[in-house]
Design a protein around this ligand. Structure first.
Ligand SMILES: Cc1cc2nc3c(=O)[nH]c(=O)nc-3n(C[C@H](O)[C@H](O)[C@H](O)COP(=O)(O)O)c2cc1C
Length: 197
């Protein structure tokens, strides 16, 4: 059976209109293992992260950018848990998302992870706008990343983003194919609004 999991069929069924890059963003697993993202597009995607807002403009987001084929890509890929490792090797780039948790010397930045998340959200929407796709992952061994890249203690490794070009989903295992084509759902907006006066 040929499954169709293109951007159009995976787009969010929203209750109110969204800009296309938001409505069409989803987290695929089926990437083209031959696709190379050109350097200017990759810079544009990272620039979106750079221009995200942050508390006191501290800009705590840090990234390890690992292009497929590099030694660093192999290290980041190896740190993923099995169910992510199974598909993420076909991504063009793996980006490790890291928060600098220091505000002032000796003082933690309580918004570091929040601001990193905003930066990654900006990156993912810019990527979508460029015709690319992203899939964020929390399933990985953070200690392995800290060790391999000799990261300082103030750097918190939060997540990894796969960035790439949609590929042939039928190359995925049956299990991954099932997840890839599962209906996309969200809680109703009313459940999110604790007060709506
Ligand atoms: C912080 C974070 C961690 C995630 N971890 C994983 C993961 O380890 N593996 C995975 O396949 N998807 C992971 N996801 C993707 C979510 O499952 C996905 O965003 C969610 O199901 C909504 O689907 P959508 O992005 O297609 O709208 C993660 C997403 C985020 C934001």
């Amino acid at each position: 059976m040929t499954l169709i999991t293109d951007t159009l069929s995976r787009a969010a069924d929203t209750d109110a209109p969204l800009i296309p890059s938001l409505a069409e963003r989803w987290s695929p697993r089926g990437y083209d293992p031959t696709a190379v993202i050109d350097e200017s597009t990759l810079t544009t995607v990272l620039e979106a992260a750079r221009w995200a807002p942050s508390a006191s403009n501290l800009q705590p987001a840090r990234f390890i950018v690992a292009r497929r084929g590099s030694e660093q890509f192999a290290v980041v890929h190896a740190a993923l848990v099995g169910f992510n490792r199974a598909w993420a090797d076909a991504a063009s780039v793996l980006i490790v998302n890291i928060a600098d948790t220091t505000m002032n010397p000796g003082q933690d930045n309580p918004w570091a992870s929040y601001d990193l998340g905003q930066a990654v959200a900006h990156l993912s929407i810019q990527a979508q706008h460029e015709g690319l796709h992203t899939h964020q992952m929390g399933g990985f061994d953070a200690d392995a990343i800290v060790k391999a890249f000799e990261l300082d203690v103030n750097l918190s490794v939060v997540s990894i983003t796969a960035l790439g070009v949609l590929g042939d989903v039928n190359a995925l295992s049956a299990d991954l194919l099932e997840r890839e084509s599962a209906p996309r759902t969200r809680k109703p907006l009313s459940e999110l609004l604790l007060a709506d006066a």
